[in-house]
Design a protein around this ligand. Structure first.
Ligand SMILES: Cc1cc2nc3c(=O)[nH]c(=O)nc-3n(C[C@H](O)[C@H](O)[C@H](O)COP(=O)(O)OP(=O)(O)OC[C@H]3O[C@@H](n4cnc5c(N)ncnc54)[C@H](O)[C@@H]3O)c2cc1C
Ligand code: SF4
Length: 607
């Protein structure tokens, strides 16, 4: 059995001799239990006798362009490609794969939408019935203390101003984009996750493979096992959204992040409420910073009154994943925030109808990687075009997809191929982006998030010379990888959270139930561990098991070993809402999120 490497690793300095003995016992016990990770990405099937003789050939199909991800970026790229093909009377096969069972079912956002890109993509958006039903009529920004609210004037020119924007259910907008794409002739494949990037012999991207189905929880093939299919293309556009699973592989393969800062992230938690009609103010937008987060934790809230025929409000809470206290629980901070008198007064008498969570990029301009490589390119929140102070990335994601399509179209339809590699390389996309309003906008706000790490913390853009208009000059560095920011539990104070009251605040499991999340139970957990022993030997020992708190769906639980002499990690993979927080924040970087069987995950209804 394996023995922990504590004596030689850098984290050993945090461990006392007593803890070392306890830990050694725990770890040695845990290796005797059954495997946590059974996925073939960790335990290759070619070495597994249970897979001997299983047919592993894949059906191959060919398109001109393959797009991974049916979010705002992927769909805008697909639509623009077909608009151009129709205009120039060219045949163009565009295939888009989406891991959700329906287009829009994995979309979670605020969302207050800056409509520029929608208007550019469809100047006749109104006639086409775009679900932009609520224009912003009131814009409120506050700094919260535990009992009070300090209003901040929304001066013209501030990035947080929402004049001219629309409050939307982004899932509905994405569904509508899907309908437009289908009408134009894009082939949409919801329920198919892209599990693997395929490469030509010259190293350029050849396309993707969708995931295999019919693998049992223990990693063995079931009778119904079916190999995924290969989708080849002249070029593949990756629009997986924040912290894409394939993008992670591409960063390594093509060294795309060598000249940028690390990407940093936040987790956003959201609920949808039906409120008392008397309190409903359609078109009102509220944002806050401050309580319940302390000065050293980046984050804030949003509360939007929708105008969709019912008294609906969308509310949520965003916490920067560079927080340091392993006892912080973003879900419980969100629940606590709803009890602020200024928030609770809107919710009292109402009831909650939706819940979900998703990570969002916070690195901004400094963290944008190289965007193009032979055979492919990155669009939307996958490389990260989020405008952080605005908490808006939909308009930039859409525009990046459109610019990618415009750069790709002449090359894929050219009579002779203009590429030295088998997969087309289109660096013109990066150039187009640099000359677009996306670049200008992200450049203008590049130092707002990094300026958080000063005396004023979250309030800095509003209270100090760190006001956006002063935050100019060279791009400042982000704080490093979020995974490296946690302090050992022994150096931190546990946080006492109030119990949920079942009216305004709720527990985790009843919340997850509202996300409609489901996965086939008999499949290997898609939360894979590079080393099954590390959660107990490192995460629990040093950080007191922070994954139990940062996962917004209760997927990770430390439970007593059956033998009674230690703990083990239990992964409730069926609950996973695909937010990607664990892959980002795990202090050991031992968790690798991979795609589950296609169609699994949340079933958001217009979040
Ligand atoms: C809490 C929160 C609040 C926000 N508020 C706002 C706001 O008010 N205004 C605003 O403009 N923006 C907001 N954003 C940001 C906005 O939602 C994103 O910028 C936008 O959704 C990015 O679009 P995208 O297409 O790049 O990625 P996504 O919307 O994430 O779409 C990616 C799609 O790809 C699919 N996918 C991923 N991997 C695979 C795979 N391997 N195979 C197949 N399919 C895959 C996913 O299921 C998903 O449907 C918010 C985000 C969050 C989390
Ligand atoms: S397991 Fe990871 S990706 Fe899934 S909900 Fe929890 S933190 Fe998010």
């Amino acid at each position: 059995s394996r023995v922990p490497l504590m004596k030689t690793t850098c984290w050993a300095e945090h461990i006392t001799p007593q803890l070392y003995t306890a830990l050694h016992r725990r770890t040695c016990s845990s290796v005797s239990t059954s495997r946590i990770t059974t996925h073939y990405t960790i335990h290759p099937r070619d070495k597994d006798p249970r897979w001997e003789g299983v047919e592993m050939d894949r059906f191959v199909d060919e398109a001109d362009v393959v797009i991974v991800g049916g979010g705002p970026a992927g769909l805008s790229a697909a639509i623009r490609l077909k608009q151009l093909a129709n205009k120039h009377e060219k045949e163009l096969r565009v295939c888009l794969v989406e891991k959700a069972s329906q287009i829009g079912a994995h979309t979670l956002s605020g969302a207050c939408l800056e409509p520029t890109a929608v208007f550019e993509l469809f100047p006749d958006w109104k006639e086409r019935g775009a679900p932009l039903n609520t224009s912003v009529t009131e814009d409120v920004f506050s700094i919260l203390t535990e009992t009070r609210r300090i209003p901040v004037p929304m001066l013209p020119g501030l990035p947080m101003r929402n004049h001219g924007n629309y409050i939307v259910k982004l899932g509905n907008v994405v569904r509508w984009l899907g309908e437009q794409a289908e009408e134009l002739g894009v082939e949409l494949y919801p329920g198919y996750a892209a599990a693997e990037v395929l490469f030509h012999d010259d190293g350029s991207v050849k396309g993707i493979a969708t995931n295999d189905v019919g693998i049992a929880k223990d990693g063995s093939p079931k009778d119904v096992f079916e190999r995924g299919m290969e989708l080849h293309a002249k070029i593949t556009l990756f629009g997986e959204g924040c912290h894409g699973h394939l993008a992670k592989q591409l960063y390594k393969h093509f060294n795309l992040r060598e000249n940028c800062e690390p990407q940093t992230y936040a987790i956003g938690l959201k609920e949808l409420w039906m409120i008392d009609e008397k309190k409903w103010r359609p078109g009102r937008v509220e944002h806050s910073v401050g309580w319940p987060l302390n000065r050293n934790t980046y984050g804030g809230s949003f509360l939007y009154h929708l105008n969709e025929g019912e008294p609906l409000v969308a509310l949520g809470f965003v916490v920067g994943l560079d927080y340091t206290n392993p006892y912080l629980n973003p879900f419980r901070e969100f629940q606590r925030w709803k009890h602020h008198p200024f928030v609770a007064r809107t919710l009292e008498g109402g009831h909650r109808i939706g819940y979900g969570a998703r990570a969002l990029n916070e690195g901004g301009f400094q963290s944008i990687p190289k965007l193009t490589f032979p055979g492919g390119l990155l669009i939307g929140c996958s490389p990260g075009f989020m405008n952080v102070p605005k908490i808006k990335g939909t308009h930039t994601a859409m525009k990046s997809g459109m610019l990618a399509a415009e750069a790709v179209f002449p090359k894929v339809t050219a009579e002779s191929v203009d590429s030295e590699t088998a997969g087309l390389h289109v660096p013109e996309y990066a150039e187009a982006l640099k000359n677009s309003w996306v670049w200008k906008e992200l450049y203008a706000v590049r130092n707002i998030r990094p300026s958080f790490h000063n005396y004023f913390g979250m309030r800095s853009p509003y209270l100090s010379r760190e006001h956006p208009h002063f935050v100019t000059g060279c791009a400042r560095s982000v704080s490093g990888l979020d995974a490296d920011q946690l302090k050992p539990a022994k150096d931190c104070t546990p946080i006492e959270y109030p119990k949920p009251d079942g009216k305004i605040s709720f527990d985790l499991l009843s919340s997850v139930a509202l996300s409609g999340t489901n996965h086939e139970g008999d499949q290997p957990p898609h939360l894979t561990l590079k080393n099954d022993d590390v959660p107990v030997s490192r995460n629990l020992a040093i950080y007191d098991g922070p994954e139990q708190r940062f996962c917004p769906a209760g997927v990770y639980e430390y439970v007593p070993l059956e033998t009674g002499d230690g703990m083990r990690l239990q992964i409730n993979a069926q609950n996973c809402v695909h937010c990607k927080t664990c892959d980002i924040k795990d202090p050991s970087q031992n968790i690798n999120w991979v795609v589950p069987e296609g169609g699994g995950g949340p079933a958001y209804n217009g979040l």
